[in-house]
Write a protein that binds this ligand. Structure first.
Ligand code: CP3
Length: 345
């Protein structure tokens, strides 16, 4: 069975020969080949904005790891920059943005024309599809409105989300207007990716785990649901990744995605039970298991598979692979999942 049907079939909860796997941040610094291409680009944003180089790094994990899907190489903050928020990546410090802290700041932003303002992303999508030649499907992605809002409001990564949550409490209407603008941006950006050729979409809500169940339900859920509903007009599976979603799994299921991707802190069996089988599941090996060698990897993979549904499971990590992970560990993971995940036919 060709790899592409394995991954797409699992998204649709149809039979597969073995469990498909891809790895969040599979194109990244742990790969020497990635570091070489990034050195060629000079800096991270140039890598994202040069379709030939973005294509090169997207394909690397397909060749090196034998994963069942490629993911577009880009960053969740690319459409945020296009909205009119200055963005820079400083070495070792992560992203820095000009903070959006008031309704006047929001009024200065716009929903970007995805083709005119982020056309390099769609060019990368077309190139990657051509270079893949149907070997595996291509995943496109976007940040979820709340996670994008948190970067815009905090001005970068944050430990305590002081400004975004303070704004939510003090001015729920104003903060919702920012989320709505971001939702419209995400809809236009993802639609353009599908039109350029991505076959699956993943929405990353990396920081929603900072929210209480009530705040998730009142703010993040309606904004993410608006995105997913609008993207329903395309026939592509939608994966929703919410890091730290254990306190409000039921609400993440209410978003209506085809696949729910969860972190390592919750068992897939518990997710299936609490979401009443509403979606296929993706995950959720603890990235730190990759440092333990083949025996630990095999034991922990078996543990995840034992908790997973027989149909409708895509193997992945609970969060992105870390830069100091040995490449052999990632290769061992893929081989082990394909071996232990084999189905009786
Ligand atoms: O998964 C992939 O291989 C595709 C590429 C991808 C990147 N970022 C490349 C990247 C994807 C899907 C993302 C999404 C992304 N970006 C998220 C959501 C995913 C998650 O981890 O939950 C977030 C929160 C961001 C924002 C972001 N981009 C941060 C916080 C950082 C700094 C991280 C760090 O460790 O320095 C980035 C930079 C980034 N994005 C890198 C890569 C490969 C490292 C940049 C480099 O080469 O120095």
């Amino acid at each position: 069975m060709p790899g592409h049907s394995r991954f797409l079939n699992a998204c649709r909860r149809q039979p597969v020969d073995t469990t498909p796997i891809w790895i969040m941040r599979q194109a990244g610094r742990y790969l020497p080949q990635y570091r070489a291409t990034r050195a060629k680009a000079g800096d991270f944003l140039t890598l994202c904005k040069t379709p030939e180089l973005a294509c090169e790094v997207s394909l690397q994990p397909v060749d090196i790891l034998k994963v069942d899907a490629a993911i577009l190489f880009s960053d969740i903050l690319i459409p945020v920059e296009a909205m009119g928020i200055e963005l820079a990546f400083t070495e070792g410090e992560g992203p820095k943005l000009t903070p959006v802290r008031s309704n006047q700041d929001v009024a200065r932003l716009h929903v970007p024309d995805a083709l005119a303002e982020t056309g390099f992303v769609m060019d990368a999508v077309r190139l990657i599809r051509r270079e893949l030649g149907g070997r595996v499907p291509l995943i496109g992605f976007s940040g979820a409105p709340f996670t994008l809002a948190s970067y815009a409001v905090e001005g970068g990564a944050s430990r305590n989300f002081r400004y975004s949550l303070a704004w939510m409490h003090a001015d729920p209407v104003g903060f919702s207007a920012l989320l709505d603008l971001l939702a419209d941006t995400v809809i236009a950006y993802c639609s353009a990716q599908v039109e350029a050729g991505v076959q699956v979409l993943q929405i990353f809500d990396t920081w929603a785990g900072v929210l209480s169940r009530r705040l998730y339900r009142e703010f993040a859920l309606p904004a993410t649901r608006k995105v997913v509903h609008a993207l329903r007009r395309f026939d592509v599976p939608i994966i929703l990744y919410v890091n730290g979603s254990a306190p409000f799994l039921e609400e993440t299921a209410a978003v209506g995605a085809d696949v729910l991707s969860v972190d390592w802190r919750v068992s897939l069996a518990e997710v299936a039970e609490r979401t009443r089988g509403a979606a296929a599941l993706k995950g959720n090996l603890d990235v730190r298991a990759l440092y333990g060698g083949p025996k630990v990897i095999e034991r922990e993979v078996a543990r995840v598979l034992a908790d997973a549904p027989v149909q409708g499971h895509i193997f992945n990590l609970g969060h992105g692979i870390l830069p100091d992970t040995p490449v052999e560990a990632a290769q061992c993971l893929v081989e082990t999942v394909h071996r232990l995940g084999r189905k009786e036919v």
